[in-house]
Design a protein around this ligand. Structure first.
Ligand code: MN
Length: 249
């Protein structure tokens, strides 16, 4: 896909083939780290407007996150994002039979309520899947190789990703994402923004996200966000993250 392909034509043809597409307003910018991604994501990774069941029990990730935090986070915070997103979508005429990703790619056209809750819903649906009680310590296959070649070593990647989370002032997310040049990148976004949004400073397809809002860790870790991040690696579902990577590369 040429970055100069007319946007409307591309979106039309992509919708016809039933694939999600992410294009941002900065498509003509020269900086590769902010270039929108012009690729299609397999339908298996599309996100609906309805909150999906948590794929494990509230206590399953206790090694890193306590059950009470998980319960409040999933059943209160994340559930509210989904409810408020659907309210906003109805008010603003968004077709909720299409993937949330489609709305995020043109989020600048919608309200702050859509941006905050669309991002909030998408980010949490991704976050739950990025974790599991049964994990390998490191990603195997193409993602493992790519992390090493992109960041020097797996340990260096972890340090840089953790720093992105630690250094996010206030509330937000740390991301591992694939940019418009199909390179792996680390970044962070404020509030509930994410790299799929046309308004985001970093643009790409997120394959791993870490919630660093205080509601994600405060009951056990209080002000010690670095301790939460250090423990969180134990519950990262590398098989899922690798699947997202391989689907897009
Ligand atoms: Mn959260």
């Amino acid at each position: 896909m040429s970055p100069l392909t007319p946007r409307r034509k591309f979106i039309t043809s992509t919708v016809k083939t039933g694939l999600g597409v992410y294009l941002g307003s900065s498509i003509l910018t020269a900086c590769s780290s902010s270039k929108a991604i012009a690729g299609a994501v397999p339908a298996a990774f599309n996100t609906g407007f309805t909150q999906q069941p948590l794929p494990y029990s509230y206590s399953a990730l206790n090694e890193a996150i306590d059950a009470q935090t998980m319960e409040i986070h999933y059943s209160k915070h994340a559930a509210s994002y989904a409810t408020n997103l659907n309210d906003a979508a109805k008010a603003e005429g968004v077709d909720t039979s299409k993937p949330v990703e489609d709305a995020l790619a043109r989020i600048s056209k919608y309200s702050a309520k859509m941006r905050n809750n669309g991002g909030g819903h998408y980010n949490h649906e991704l976050f739950w899947k990025c974790m599991s009680p049964n994990n390998t310590d490191t990603p195997a296959g193409a993602l493992g190789t790519a992390l090493t070649s992109s960041f020097g070593s797996f340990e260096t990647f972890k340090t840089q990703f953790a720093d992105a989370g630690k250094n996010r002032f206030g509330s937000g997310w740390a991301w591992l994402f694939i940019d418009g040049d199909k390179k792996l990148r680390i970044g962070s976004t404020p509030n509930q923004d994410n790299p799929l949004m046309d308004v985001a400073e970093i643009k790409g397809f997120p394959i791993l996200g870490l919630d660093v809002w205080e509601h994600a860790y405060y009951l056990r870790y209080q002000n010690k966000r670095p301790d939460y991040i250090a423990a969180w690696w134990k519950v990262v579902n590398w098989n899922y993250v690798a699947g997202r990577y391989q689907s897009f590369i």
